[in-house]
Design a protein around this ligand. Structure first.
Ligand SMILES: [Zn+2]
Length: 385
């Protein structure tokens, strides 16, 4: 089946095409150019006047949404989350764990791995992000201190095997004993390593990078506070031009001025928007679970205690709009932050992050205000928001 998509503009995001025509056959883009005066090819025509086509978003840090947690590991949980995410412009994500007892984690990883690569409604989980258990008790956030563990290659391998090798990202505190060895071991297996939930000083952060770390987990949050005499991990994240860096841009986790510092430091090649969303995203205020912890959601804010936020109810389309509002970034750059950079960082460039001939047609249709008008996944499965 052939679908012909037209709009005002397309961002690939390497280039911009005015009056684009995108032809999709069997879920794959077979033509992508500017509309000539010639007639459109035959097929189902989807026209989006006044709209911009961008690569569907890719969230590398999301625990759940719409009443479900990815660690449930059921087809129902994944399809409910997938459909919810698709409604917010997301085409791909990394199913992200929270620290649980090891046997529960292994069970979850096995169940999640069985669903990755299967035909699932809406956004596709491309791999797993393990957030924990190798985190600092001083920066634990919503990870129970008693469940945090010292990094160990043996423990990592147990998780890797349970997950059938589908772990693509691991958050770890680089200052912990054996962290460098575990970072190097995971990196050798193709896992991207993210430094976070960490009290690392500058030397430990640099050692983490030398061992293989390529990115940072929710920059500013659950990180040693910046001190101008001892800038620590945050100083390294904001000054290392090679390091990618996640940001939760909900206006709650990070002050707009800190978002501006982040943008000036990381720029369009290394900044990455994530949601860190949990079960309560897309749900009414109330009480929800994140792993073993009770979380109270008040006006969309996920509260563990007075000083601790436990995930978010953010959606990536809103993160994009917030970031535009706080920094003035254009949609050309925003498209890099929400899809291309996550794809580059994780190495899923063939599956997500750009629009090109031969690529899967995962397209988000945006209004002039960057609101999601429609999400087209695999050229079909058109989701009306
Ligand atoms: Zn976290």
């Amino acid at each position: 089946m052939r679908t012909v998509i037209t709009a005002d503009r397309l961002i690939s995001p390497e280039r911009s095409i005015a009056n684009p025509v995108v032809v999709v056959e069997d879920g794959v883009i077979t033509r992508m150019d500017s509309r000539a005066s010639a007639e459109l090819p035959t097929g189902k025509h989807l026209d989006f006047p006044g709209c911009t086509l961008v690569p569907a978003y890719f969230d590398v840090h999301i625990h759940g949404s719409a009443g479900h947690d990815v660690m449930e590991g059921t087809p129902q949980a994944f399809s409910t989350i997938g459909k919810f995410l698709a409604g917010h412009g997301v085409g791909a994500y990394l199913a992200t764990t929270v620290t649980m007892p090891m046997d529960a984690t292994l069970k979850s990883l096995a169940a999640m791995a069985g669903l990755i690569g299967r035909d699932i409604d809406g956004a596709r989980p491309l791999g797993i992000h393990i957030e924990g258990p190798f985190l600092s008790p001083h920066k634990k956030g919503a990870h129970p201190a008693r469940l945090l563990l010292t990094p160990s290659v043996e423990l990592f391998d147990r998780m890797w095997q349970a997950a059938e090798g589908k772990i693509r990202l691991m958050t770890i505190a680089p200052e912990l004993p054996n962290a460098e060895e575990v970072i190097a071991h995971a990196t050798a297996l193709g896992v991207r390593v993210s430094m976070g939930h960490s009290d690392a000083d500058t030397a430990a952060a640099r050692a983490g990078i030398r061992a293989g770390a390529v990115t940072a987990t929710h920059t500013f949050n659950a990180m040693r506070q910046f001190d101008h005499r001892d800038p620590g991990l945050l100083g390294v994240v904001l000054t290392n031009d090679d390091l990618f860096a996640e940001l939760i841009c909900d206006g709650l986790h990070v002050h707009p001025n800190a978002v501006r510092i982040y943008w000036k430091s990381k720029g369009p090649e290394r900044a990455m928007l994530i949601t860190d969303a949990m079960t309560a995203a897309g749900m009414p205020d109330g009480n929800y679970m994140l792993g073993e912890l009770d979380v109270r959601v008040v006006e969309g804010k996920c509260i563990l205690d007075e000083n601790t936020l436990a995930g978010s109810t953010l959606t990536l389309d809103r993160a994009v709009r917030n970031f535009a509002e706080f920094t003035g970034a254009t949609i050309d750059d925003l498209s890099k932050l929400a899809s291309r950079n996550p794809a580059r960082m994780t190495g899923f460039e063939a599956e997500a992050g750009s629009l090109a001939i031969g690529r899967i047609a995962d397209i988000t249709v945006l209004s002039a205000k960057n609101e999601v008008v429609e999400t087209i996944l695999r050229g079909r499965n058109v989701v009306n928001v």
